[in-house]
Design a protein around this ligand. Sequence first.
Ligand SMILES: [Zn+2]
Length: 466
Amino acid sequence: MADSTVQQSRSRDLDKLLLRPGNLVAPTFESGVQLRDDLQEYARLLVIGAGGLGCELLKDLALSGFKNLEVIDMDRIEVTNLNRQFLFRLEDVGKPKAEVAAKRVMERVSGVNIVPHFCRIEDKEIDFYKDFSIIVLGLDSVEARSYINAVACGFLGAYFLTSLVYICFILRIADLESSFFSKACIPETKYDSDDNPLEETVKPMVDGGTEGFKGHARVIMPGSTPCFECTIWLFPPQVKFPLCTLAETPRTAAHCIEYAHLIKWDEVHSGKTFDPDDPEHMKWVYTEAVKRAELFGIQAIASTNAIISAACTLETLKLASGCSKTLSNYLTYNGMEGLHIKVTEFVRDKDCLVCGPGVLIELDTSVTLQKFIDMLEEHPKLLLSKASVRHQTMNLYMQAPPVLEEMTRSNLGLPLFELMGKVSKDIVLVTGTTSKDDKKTSCLRKLCLVFKGQDAIIDMDMAVGA
Ligand SMILES: [Zn+2]
C-alpha cells in the first residue's frame, strides 16, 4: 500500500472521534481537521516504562496519531522478556529497552518520532517532566509511581517541594532528597483566587498496571482527582497465595513456583531446609515449576497488557483532545474467569500529604518556634512530639543529628513568622513521633500555617476540616 493510503486508513477511526461533534465531549472541544493536526503537532507525551505494558503503550499511542513521544526506562532486555514484550527480538538481548522499543515503533509507524531515555526516572531534572502534555505510566513498581506522582502533583505550585520531600521520606532515600534540593527551585504559586489549581499547571497522568489476568487503568488530574498517594492502599502488601490454590488450581507462573517451593520441596526432600542461596536448590525449584506450568498450560499472559494499554491510550486521547469525558477515575479489569470490568470513582484524601492542602493551623505572628513545637504535641489532630520543622529548603529546627540540632537550636526562641520570611501563609513539613495504640511511630505531616492579621484568604473548607 502507498504511504498516503496507509495514513488515510490509519486515521479513519480517529477521524470519527475528532472530526465530528458529540454529546459527551469536553466544553472546549472543537471538532475538525485543525484539532487532529494540532494534536499531532503539539501534544507531547511521555511514556514511563518500556516493559510489557510500555511496549503496548508506545505502539498504541503511535497508532492513535500522536507523533511526539518520549520513553524512559532503566532496564536492558533479557531473554525472559521476549515472550510478551513484543517489540524485542533475540538479537536485542542486552540492549536498553527504551532505545530498542523506540526504534521498532518508528520503523513500523511512519511520521512518529520517539525519543528514548535509558536512565532512572530520578536521574532526570524535575523540569524534564514539565514539558509533557500528559505522562503515561506503564510501570510495575509502587515506588516509581509514587515518585512520578509527587513530581506531577508538585507542578501545582505550592506543593512542589513538600510533595517531593514527602516522597524522599517514604522511600527513605537520603541521597535523593539532597539531589531534589539541588534541582528544585521555588515555584510561583499557581492557584486562582478560590485556591483551585490553574488548569495549565495541572499535569495529567494516565496510569496502567497489570498482573497476570488482572489490571487497572486510571486517570489522575492532580488537585482534582485522587492522586496515587490518596489511594496507596489499593496496592496491598505482597500476597501470599492460599495453599489450596497452589495445590489444585494454579493460574500464574508465580503459583507454579510457590507450589514447587512450598509443597513439592517438602514432599521430596523430607526434613531438608530449602536454601535460596544454593544454586542446586534453585535449579530444582525452577525445573519443577516449569513442569507444573506445562501441565496446567500456563503461559505468560500478553492479553492483559494489550487490554490495559488500549484503555490507557483511549484515556490519553480523550485528555489531549477533549473528544470525550475521561474515565472517572479507576478502571479494574479481571480476565481470570470470563471477563469483568468495573469503574470506581475514588475520592481525594483531604489529608493527602502529596496533593492535599495540609492541616490548617492559625498562628499569631509572635509565636516562637519552640511554642509552635509545643503546640504540635497538644494539637488533637497531630499529637506530634519531638518535632523537626522544615520550611521550603530550610531546616528550621532538627532534633537530630546532634550537629544539626546545635546549628538550628538558636531558632527556637525566634518568632516562626520571621523565620518563614514573613509570609502570610505557607506550608511547613514536620517529622516527629506520634502514639497510636500505645505504640510510638515516626510520621511526617504537612501543615498549612496561616498567620493572623496578615490578610490571608482562608479557604472555608480547609478551615472547617482542620
Ligand atoms: Zn493525593
